[in-house]
Design a protein around this ligand. Structure first.
Ligand SMILES: *Cc1c(COP(=O)(O)O)cnc(C)c1O
Length: 219
């Protein structure tokens, strides 16, 4: 299937209101252009330098989402243009995004990445740490960050029961935290190529799909 066909077949399965982030990391700009020409405007990248190079080359109406672990010293490269940072996993990173967004006179949308998977290796806040952080004055003082919701990566397994447990947990956390935020807190980013149909059952409002659109990545 072409990029266009894959994209359209995925879009046809998404309920209204669910956003598709086309995860284009490691794919060359021409492949992204195929998706762009098929109507796609939101692209997800995991490396700041790669995203910045593609942003310079590709049409200006693309919304760039940073989805990979972001080092604080790299925030400055993407702060001028990034539409959303979906992988925000520490207070230090939040402080740096706030600082860089202020420098550019912007308010940057973020998602808090929460760790629910079995793997120790996965990044993201432990839920108790996050709850604690949200009560701090430092958090309440942020003016250049808009928290739009939560993101997680489910356990990498074929066991559907485990994936369902992860998604069910993040959905519960999302509902619990919601009252602490205003109506901008509307995004639950769950679901990748292999598990997005399950994620939709658990209330996903944003799926992040790479392989099923662009094929396998060559690292
Ligand atoms: C790479 C990546 C994806 C896309 O994964 P696919 O399996 O190719 O759909 C989604 N989310 C994050 C955070 C990623 O790093």
């Amino acid at each position: 299937m072409s990029v266009k066909e894959s994209l359209h077949s995925i879009l046809s399965t998404l309920p209204q209101g669910v956003k598709l982030v086309a995860v284009s990391k490691f794919h060359p700009a021409e492949r992204l252009m195929e998706a762009y020409e098929a109507g796609q405007r939101i692209f997800g990248e995991s490396r700041p330098q790669e995203m910045t190079a593609k942003a310079a080359e590709l049409p200006k109406d693309i919304e760039w989402h940073m989805i990979g672990h972001l080092q604080t010293n790299k925030v400055k490269y993407i702060a001028p243009y990034v539409a959303m940072i979906s992988s925000v996993d520490s207070a230090r990173l939040i402080d740096e995004i706030e600082r860089q967004a202020a420098r550019h006179n912007r308010v940057i949308d973020i998602l808090l990445e929460v760790h629910v998977a079995d793997e120790e290796s996965k990044s993201g806040w432990e839920i108790n740490e996050l709850r604690q952080y949200l009560t701090t004055d430092a958090f309440k003082a942020l003016t250049h960050i808009r928290v739009r919701g939560l993101m997680t990566i489910a356990t990498n397994t074929d066991d559907q029961a485990v994936i369902r447990r992860d998604f069910s947990l993040i959905r519960d956390i999302f509902e619990q935290l919601k009252p602490q935020f205003n109506e901008c807190f509307d995004t639950l980013s769950i679901g990748m190529s292999d598990d997005y149909p399950i994620a939709l059952e658990y209330g996903s409002t944003m799926v992040r799909i790479g392989t099923a659109i662009f094929g396998a990545r060559e690292y």
